[in-house]
Design a protein around this ligand. Structure first.
Ligand code: HDE
Length: 710
């Protein structure tokens, strides 16, 4: 068994939760022999039954029920993909709270009982592209969590961005039609860079805040594991005394928030469209379990109107200075799926799935979502979608919802209504655990409108822009410019420049100059100059820098210094990073003194230079060895690996003659080299930092650079 296989088996055994146990009855080991769906052994699955004269095959016979079944089943394999968030990947794990700290806000045991381990299934996704689109496109990422609690399923269906494009659910079909491929030619795929999207958001200024986030580096995450998650909508919590609180939910990644650079994202979309799903799977397979802290922002019911924005408006954040995040728990993903379709494709989330102690608010986006998710699952999976193994709760489910296509459950009993003479399946009063609807006071007239504070759209867009670092601002200008450059209708890009001028004059000017828009000569609105560190993703860098789960490429050719490579790999492994040897061929690469082609020995290169690209790795090391360095210097692709990595601000280290390769062949601009060839030091590309002797400490010491300085 391969190392990855052995590790998977080991960790899979560890990753048992109540839900995994529940799934066991549906997880089948592959049998040795083939059967038909009705269980009959198949003797030949390669040849359709035919009429024959003994030598020649004649007509295929319709009577071949085995061939017909095989084709029938194949013909019906596809189901409708999700109308949004079609592209995604998922994993199992668990959730735990640290203490009962949240019991002042809620009586929900999932949030208050530290002795509980609640199983979860998480699905990450992009929004715009279809099921086969690329992972690294610029887009919002979905972050949907199903908590299988003892009181029923709680689905927290969030995104990696804390706000949304629209305020009222009735606008959802419009924004999605606008961002999806255009109706006349089904273009573009996996992109918002087209006329219709920018036309819509230009005419819908409530989108301005979300557009800022989506065009920032948040739109191109390095990994699903390095994203924040947000419930976005305002939910409510109710405590044992019956007091109600407004709440926003947060996921904070242990590894910090990191992004790709745009050039990387574009290239990876072609080089490895499955980059994010493979990244999640690899981290779990190698035991670097993705982990998030869980936080809540809470506002007592009485303080609902204390803010200059409406706390039920999903286009607004609750600034952390006003409402701090209270960290109460942790989620760990520790098990990959066994089969994609029955788990990741058939998992179905629904915002209306809450458990006692958690409820809704009047947030008009959330109210619409509560209708939409249930509804869409009926098209995708059928009315009995909640009975599918991945969706069914770990607690008993009993009610009088009956029949429908593909019913699985069989209930005993003679009645299917309430009240009934046998007093079977009775409702449960709230004191005994039945869901209790909070007695919210409601009065007034019916009208199609939005609250007064919903009318202001630019304060927080400005706050976000002002809070970015200089390089984040530059990335944002570049991103909007890229997108608007793909819009060929001047009405569209000129209108959007005007919207930007409500956010920041410089921003609007720079974008207008880049895309040929109308350059404004004065701000449309003064910049309030407020900023908060908590909106820059730099704020969420891990307090202790870590190299955990990072992919480090070691570039070698025949004649490399074996001891250095072995020391490096041991050090990287000790830091829970993965190392990948890239050489002239996949196979053995021979060290100094060895005869090339002499069989085993040296190191096994995982890839050859053409087989992968620098974009797929986080950091690079070129070890010593005169012949190796010489061969790399004569290889244009090897030089490109390092130059490209340098352009993407990645950490590059070299040892001994590897430094010469960098200095003489790669010729990185502005870098000074320590060319003491007797030194065992790793030299990196960030203005040349010498990080000490090879060993765990030296490699780990270098990791703060990785991913943070872009
Ligand atoms: Fe969704 N959304 N959404 N959405 N959404 C769907 O449900 C919808 C919104 C989000 O991995 C659909 O099962 C409406 C906000 C995620 O399976 C659909 C509105 C947020 C996923 C739907 C919104 C999200 C979906 C399509 C405006 C962040 C993927 C397939 C009122 C908090 C879940 C499906 C998965 C999926 C409707 C807005 C996140 C059509 C009507 C805001 C992560 O029901």
């Amino acid at each position: 068994m391969s190392l990855a296989g052995a590790l998977k088996e080991k960790f899979t055994a560890v990753a048992q939760t109540k839900k995994i146990a529940d799934l066991q009855k549906d997880i089948l080991k592959q049998e040795e022999y083939l059967n038909t769906d009705h269980g009959v052994l198949i003797s030949d699955t390669d040849n359709w039954l035919k009429a024959t004269d003994g030598t020649h095959a004649g007509p295929s016979l319709l009577e071949d029920q085995i061939a017909r079944e095989k084709i029938h089943r194949f013909d019906h394999e596809r189901i409708p993909e999700r109308v949004v968030h079609a592209r995604g990947t998922g994993a199992h794990g668990y959730f735990k709270v640290f203490s009962d700290a949240a019991s002042k806000y809620t009586f929900a045991p999932v949030l208050t009982d530290p002795s509980r381990t609640t199983p979860v299934f998480v699905r990450f996704s992009t929004v715009q592209g279809s099921k086969g689109s690329a992972d690294t496109v610029r887009d919002v990422r979905g972050f949907a969590t199903k908590f299988y609690t003892d009181e029923g399923n709680w689905d927290l269906v969030g995104n990696n961005i804390p706000v949304f494009f629209i305020q009222d659910a009735i606008k959802f079909p419009d924004i999605i039609h606008a961002v999806k491929p255009e109706p006349h030619n089904e273009v573009p795929q996996g992109q918002s860079a087209h006329n219709n999207f920018w036309d819509f958001v230009g005419l819908q200024p409530e989108s301005a805040h979300m557009v800022m986030w989506a065009m920032s580096d948040r739109g191109i995450p390095r990994s699903y594991r390095m994203m924040q998650g947000f419930g976005v909508n305002t939910y409510t919590l109710v405590n044992a005394e019956g007091q109600r609180f407004f709440v926003k939910f947060h996921w904070l990644p242990e590894l910090g928030v990191h992004s790709l650079v745009w050039d990387e994202a574009l290239k990876i979309a072609g080089q490895d469209p499955d980059f994010h799903r493979k990244d999640l799977q690899e981290a779990i397979d190698t035991g670097a379990y993705p982990t998030w802290k869980f936080g809540i922002q809470v506002i007592p019911e009485a303080n609902e109107h204390d803010f200059d924005f409406d706390i039920l408006d999903a286009t607004k954040v609750w600034p952390e200075e006003l409402v701090p995040i209270e960290v109460i728990g942790e989620m760990v993903l520790n098990r990959n799926v066994d089969e994609f379709f029955p788990e990741t494709e058939q998992v179905a989330f629904c915002t209306a799935h809450v458990v006692p102690g958690i409820g809704f608010s009047d947030d008009p986006l959330l109210q619409g979502r509560n209708f939409s998710y249930f509804d869409t699952q009926i098209t995708r999976l059928g009315i009995n979608w909640e009975e599918l193994p991945i969706n069914r709760p770990v607690c008993p489910v009993m009610n009088f919802h009956k029949d429908g296509k593909m019913r699985h459950k069989i209930y005993q009993g003679t009645v299917n209504y309430w009240p009934n003479r046998a007093s079977q399946f009775k409702p449960v009063p709230p004191e005994q655990g039945g869901y209790h609807d909070y007695a919210q006071k409601v009065a007034g007239m019916k009208a199609r409108l939005r609250g007064a504070k919903f009318q202001e759209h630019f304060n927080q867009a400005q706050l976000f822009y002002n809070s970015l670092t200089e390089y984040e601002k530059k990335h944002l200008v570049d991103a909007i410019s890229f997108e608007l450059s793909h819009c060929d209708d001047p009405v569209v890009y000129e209108t959007y420049t005007k919207v930007l001028n409500n956010i920041d004059f410089d921003l609007a000017k720079q974008v207008a100059l880049n895309v040929g828009g109308i350059v404004p000569d004065a701000p449309a609105r003064a910049n309030h100059s407020k900023a908060t560190p908590t909106l820059s993703q730099l704020y969420y860098a891990p307090k202790e820098p870590t190299i955990k789960s990072r992919r480090v490429a070691i570039l070698v050719a025949d004649g490399f210094a074996l001891a250095q490579v072995e020391a490096l790999r041991a050090a990287l492994k000790a830091g829970s990073a993965t190392s990948w040897v890239i050489g002239p061929r996949r196979g053995w690469v021979y060290p100094e003194g060895a005869v090339v082609g002499s069989g085993t020995g040296g190191v096994w290169a995982d890839h050859h230079f053409e087989g992968q690209r620098s974009t797929l790795f986080d950091a690079f090391v070129v070890p010593g060895g005169r012949k190796s360095a010489q061969a790399l210097a004569e290889n244009g692709r090897a030089i490109h690996w390092i130059r490209e990595a340098f352009g993407h601000c990645k950490a590059i280290g070299a040892i001994g003659e590897g430094v010469l390769f960098l200095r003489e062949a790669v010729m990185l601009p502005g870098v000074e080299y320590n060319t003491n060839l007797d030194s065992d030091e790793v030299v990196t590309s960030f203005g040349v930092v010498t990080v000490g002797k090879i060993g765990a400490s030296s490699v780990v010491a270098d990791t703060p650079k990785i991913g943070q300085d872009k």
